[in-house]
Design a binder for this molecule. Structure first.
Ligand code: ATP
Ligand code: SF4
Ligand code: MG
Length: 322
């Protein structure tokens, strides 16, 4: 299977005059072609930081990045600005929760999409561009009518569909959706999710889906990575992790979703709060909240149990002694 993304000991630290925030720590991850990986974890666990670091969207002055992030054979952390520009949108695209806000309010939707298309196809004829845009708008279930409209004339859901269409413009190899549908009502969310799944098949795409919503993972992903306080706790196939969660944090998370199909509750079922990420800890980062914590959990980091497929368990109950 072709490997699309591989992170090895990937770290992202925010740095300012007064403190450091260790937002992503020693992340190891593999994504193969055709995978749809859900990244789940409570607020502040480092999900967006990871996404932005992969697109190199974080300000270099105030962030330190170490480790490697191999994306189809190239280490993203080492790419020059020109190489990055070539790669963004064309090979690696992202849609954030508020991507729709990045559309200019004073230009028609069509003109904006055309401009973005021309970045990678400066010589494209108008006919070629129209064809492509028509196809993309259809894919996200929008009529060609939006072409001549201004952003304020579209609903939030329609604008987010436009953002998704833009992200697909160049058939990216990897699409990252960071809470891309969270702000929308449940019906629109469901529709967009269905369209994403349809497109994926059509475009042979690989996807990372960052979400708080385990039901989104269960319906649209084949793998899941559970993140807590900047670290991956458990990575595996969705069908295994949801049916038989192993890590105490995963168990807690899942119990906060009483029924994946039923009413959703926030990820608040686990007592306590995220630790202060400006400190580094000797033991397991989840120990103060873990009901299975043992003495050693407070003293030493668990040895991660990792498989060749990129699956992981980061817990003393499974990894043995360091
Ligand atoms: P959410 O689910 O709420 O979107 P998240 O998992 O995406 O949360 P991040 O936004 O990646 O979490 O934040 C991870 C940690 O990094 C948090 O402690 C956050 O406060 C911190 N952080 C984020 N941006 C910065 C920044 N620019 N400077 C310093 N710390 C930051
Ligand atoms: Fe709980 Fe210990 Fe496992 Fe951490 S290492 S999750 S504290 S059992
Ligand atoms: Mg986020």
């Amino acid at each position: 299977m072709e490997r699309v993304l591989e992170l090895k000991d990937f770290n992202v630290t925010y740095v300012n005059k007064y403190k450091k925030v260790y937002a992503v720590k020693n992340a190891n991850l593999q994504i193969q072609k055709g995978d749809s990986l859900g990244i789940v974890g409570e607020s502040g666990s480092g999900k967006s930081t990871l996404a932005m670091a992969l697109l190199r969207l974080l300000p270099e002055k105030s962030t330190e990045i170490s480790g490697t992030a191999n994306f189809i054979g190239k280490d993203i952390t080492k790419l020059s600005k020109t190489e990055l520009q070539k790669m963004r949108w064309k090979e690696l695209a992202v849609v954030f929760q508020k991507s729709m806000n990045s559309l200019s309010p004073v230009h028609r939707i069509g003109t904006q999409i055309e401009d973005i298309y021309r970045v990678h196809h400066p010589d494209a004829s108008r006919e070629e561009i129209f064809k492509r845009i028509e196809y993309l708008l259809q894919l996200v279930n929008l009529s060609g009518r939006v072409y001549n409209l201004y952003p304020h004339e579209l609903s939030g859901g329609m604008l987010q569909r436009v953002s998704i269409a833009i992200s697909l413009m160049h058939n990216p190899k990897l699409l990252i959706l960071d809470e891309a549908t969270t702000a929308l009502d449940v019906v629109t969310q469901g529709q967009i999710l269905d369209e994403i799944l349809k497109m994926e098949k059509e475009l042979d795409m690989t996807r990372i889906m960052i979400t708080h919503d385990m039901s989104v993972v269960s319906t649209s992903c084949n793998k899941v990575a559970i993140m807590y306080a900047g670290e991956f706790m458990e990575i595996g196939y969705v069908k295994d992790v949801l049916k038989n969660p192993k890590h105490p944090y995963t168990k807690g998370l899942l119990s906060s979703f009483p029924s994946l199909k039923g009413e959703k509750s926030k990820l608040e079922a686990i007592d306590g709060f995220l630790p202060d990420l400006s400190k580094l800890y000797d033991g397991c980062i989840f120990a103060p909240r873990c009901q299975s914590a043992m003495d050693k959990c407070f003293k030493a980091k668990p040895r991660k149990l990792e498989t060749d497929e990129g699956f992981l368990l980061n817990c003393h109950l499974y990894g043995g002694e360091n």
